[in-house]
Design a protein around this ligand. Sequence first.
Ligand code: ATP
Length: 230
Amino acid sequence: HGDEPIVSIRNLRAGYGRVPVVHGVDLDLRPGQVVALLGPNGAGKTTTLRAIAGQIPTVAGDILFDGVRTRAPLHRRVRLGMAYIPESRAVFRTLSCRDNLRLGSSGLSAALAMFPQLAERLDVPGGLLSGGEQQMVGLARALSRKPDLIIADELSLGLAPLVVDTLLAAIRSAADEGAAVLLVEQHVRKALTVSDFAYVMRRGSIELSGTSAELLERVDDIERTYLSLA
Ligand code: ATP
């Protein structure tokens, strides 16, 4: 029930071909919680997310979904209730905003309840929406299926701070309704404010973890020590 992880990662190793990138990561995701995965560029955050989502194979270690070890590919994990939101924005450029939103199972009204600002943009082709609007469309489509597990990679890349807040608020609401969320986010303070627990990754390993409240108290130190590229 509430405290049991929906996903547990044990000693995860993953990479590309023979190039190891993730060197033994442990991580737990629980229903109702947002977990932030922080770290400098190239730390292996995206690779960790891809492995958990089933987009790339694991080299070693276990990924447990509801306590059961899985090697299922991405499409099967999606059918089991996972939403994976990769860095690239997933809108159909020639379809209108309205038609993009209708592709989601619960469709237009749920999307507009989540992001009311899309109401006046419904006739605009997906490709002409702003970056933030495109991300809202993609997120609305993913969240309208009411996934149990949400894996989101840098939702806010290149977006204005207010838009970032809007996207993160939608992620928080999904967790408050019971989803388990794993979030990679460059805005460290925003990530720690919206999340319950956080892991800091560097050079393929978790170097630090704690409640987001604890980490927020020493965020300057964490940025200096773990998040600068040097
Ligand atoms: P960023 O914020 O830059 O995306 P990240 O922490 O998500 O950083 P990853 O994208 O997981 O890091 O990349 C970790 C390492 O894996 C990097 O050295 C990168 O060059 C390498 N890498 C990423 N994707 C591939 C790929 N498709 N093939 C080979 N190497 C890759």
